[in-house]
Design a binder for this molecule. Structure first.
Ligand SMILES: [Ca+2]
Length: 380
């Protein structure tokens, strides 16, 4: 779909000297809905992983090596905030997702997840803290994925507050724990649902079942690095990395089994079949959508803004592998169209968020990672 890999470098001098330092590049791409402009808002972020908008429009950004920074719309990147716990920053581990508490305006509370060093093992941990001007305080771990593993892989993790105030988290199977994604006595390859204080809601699907961990919401997942609430249904839409092929989009529903590693549309990296090579089985959910070959999906967002009417209701999914942004059109729960945007940008897209201004904001997962603002050139 790359009709014109037009790369136009132009200085954006409209916004005053502070902006001019950083908002230096505009890049143009084509799309079915017309020309797309990509503006670089900031750079100099080391492997940024997650972006959360603060009420004043500034952005809270995690860097996977274990730093949290605030970035202004003008592109000024703060010093690292103090108080971030030590993270296991190897392989895919590190400081991962960050979200604001639903009552952030009053509480100043943020939630984040990270690979936590645990002696000979490590694991995904969820904590909350209070955000101050130059640091975070009152850091409290409210959930620790069990068991810890000696692994650099498949930490997940996305955090999503449901409309009822409970918190979903996607937890990877750590690669070594793939078989355990099918059993309920552990948190490997699971979506969990906890209350904001870390306690377990009484109406979780496995509460009271012998041998099952009560925080589990759904199971049979591989490694989910994208999750978001559907803007109308309030259900948790998520995607997960397949092995070689077979990345999936699912709606995580209470108590359901999403099949990994028993069923998959992917293969081992060696090319061999996974298990028996099945892609369907009784009692296991089929994905809404899957990608072969894998796109290596990262953040995702529903477009609910007013600014670009052509995008309303679309689901945007970043691709680490191809440096693309997938724009999915939906008919109910069915993906009816998959357009690839930003082809040729050659940057790993790590996070996708809709800003309060109705633009899409991307993080690029690079040593010199960026915040990019994406919009249609002609508005709606
Ligand atoms: Ca599956």
């Amino acid at each position: 779909m790359r009709r014109f890999p037009m790369l136009s470098l132009l200085l954006v001098l409209l916004c005053g000297p502070a902006q001019a330092q950083t908002q230096a590049h505009a890049q143009g791409f084509n799309s079915e809905a017309g020309a797309i402009d990509v503006i670089e808002i900031a750079h100099g972020l080391e492997h940024p992983w997650s972006l959360a908008f603060l009420p004043d429009g500034r952005m809270l950004v995690t860097e996977r090596p274990g730093r949290l920074r605030i970035v202004t719309q003008a592109g000024a990147v703060s010093a690292p905030l103090s108080g971030v716990p030590t993270v296991y920053a190897r392989g895919q581990g590190g400081l991962l997702d960050v979200v604001l508490a639903p009552d952030f305006a009053q509480s100043r509370r943020i939630y984040f997840c990270y690979g936590e060093p645990r002696g000979d093992t490590n694991g995904t941990t969820i904590a909350h803290a209070r955000l101050g001007d130059s640091g975070i305080s009152d850091v409290t771990a409210i959930f620790r994925q069990q068991p810890g593993m000696d692994s650099r892989h498949h930490f997940g993790c996305r955090l999503v507050f449901a409309n009822d105030g409970t918190l979903y988290a996607t937890l990877g199977e750590r690669n070594k724990g793939r078989a355990q994604a099918q059993t309920l006595d552990n948190d490997l390859g699971k979506v969990i649902r906890i209350r904001a204080d870390g306690t377990i809601p009484d109406d979780n699907p496995f509460v009271g079942r012998k041998g099952a961990r009560p925080e589990i919401w759904s199971y049979g997942h591989r490694n989910a690095q994208g999750a978001v609430l559907h803007p109308v249904s309030g259900e948790l839409w998520m995607h997960e990395h397949g092995p070689k092929g077979g990345d999936e989009i699912n709606i995580a529903r209470a108590g359901r089994n999403y099949g990994w590693p028993v069923i998959t549309y992917g293969r081992e990296y060696s090319g061999l079949a996974v298990g028996d090579g099945r892609s369907a089985a009784e009692g296991m959910e089929q994905p809404l959508h899957y990608w072969v070959p894998s796109i290596a999906p990262s953040g995702m967002a529903f477009y609910t803004g007013e600014r670009f009417k052509a995008w309303r209701g679309n689901l945007f999914v970043g691709s680490l592998k191809f440096g693309q942004l997938a724009r999915l059109e939906l008919d109910g729960d069915t993906v009816v169209h998959d357009e690839r945007l930003l082809d040729g940008i050659k940057r790993r897209i790590r996070d996708v968020r809709m800003g309060p201004d109705g633009y899409l904001y991307l993080l690029t997962d690079e040593a010199d990672g960026r915040i990019l603002r994406v919009g249609l050139a002609q508005g709606s």
